[in-house]
Design a protein around this ligand. Structure first.
Ligand code: 5GP
Length: 201
């Protein structure tokens, strides 16, 4: 493929892997397994204004900032993409992603559909995967089992799921839709997609 598709002159690029899907579809478990099992693969640490959950440390899963700090970063053009999700801001810092890709590393990012659509436009050579829950009941059960969300947040996230799935389909931003029924099978499916993408490029 031509280097211009990546918007960069370096041919020895890693693959940018975008994982999206409704809250509770199992994206985080899939991403952890991919990071463990696929060599030369790094995690894109997003910036968010939501409060850390128990066990979350700033700089690992996310960098936690205030709305003011987020606004300053946005104004400085630091984000590859950004979105508002159930009342909180989320954004992907551009520089670490570009640096990792150009040094040949794959980058995995877990972002919402609005973000996925922005990445599809700005980084068209990325591979974008939408993770579907097997059905609505399993989505509810997983969200309830997580016990990290207040009841009102849980309802907002569930209500959002249907819209997200429809938007993902209508947008054309995702090349792959995978149903996360058995985690190990889904991980294998995603690994195959990454492998094929790596070989293709
Ligand atoms: P959570 O609060 O459950 O960690 O994430 C809520 C939603 O925000 C999820 O759909 C997650 O994929 C998405 N998200 C996390 N980081 C980012 C980001 O940097 N950009 C965008 N657009 N969405 C994000």
């Amino acid at each position: 493929m031509s280097s211009s598709r990546r918007g960069d002159s370096d041919e020895d690029h890693g693959v940018l892997v975008v994982i999206s899907g409704p809250s509770g579809a199992g994206k985080t478990s899939i991403c952890s397994a991919i990071l463990d099992q696929v060599p030369h693969t790094v995690w894109s640490v997003s910036v968010t204004t939501r409060a850390p959950r128990a066990g979350e440390t700033s700089g690992e899963s996310y960098t936690f900032v205030t709305r003011e700090e987020f606004g300053a970063k946005e104004a400085a053009g630091e984000f590859l993409e950004s979105a508002e999700y159930v009342g909180h801001r989320y954004g992907t810092p551009r520089e670490p992603v570009e640096r990792a890709l150009s040094s040949g590393q794959n980058v995995v990012m877990e972002i919402d559909v609005q973000g996925g659509m922005q990445v599809a436009r700005r980084m068209p050579a990325s591979v974008r995967i939408f993770v579907m829950p097997p059905d609505r009941e399993s989505l509810r059960a997983r969200l309830e089992g997580r016990k990290t969300e207040a009841k009102e947040q849980l309802q907002r996230r569930l209500a959002k799921a249907d819209g997200e799935i429809a938007t993902a389909r209508d947008s054309g931003a995702y090349q792959h839709f995978v149903v996360n029924d058995v985690l190990d099978d889904t991980v294998e499916e995603v690994k195959t997609i990454i492998q094929q993408e790596r070989e293709r490029t």
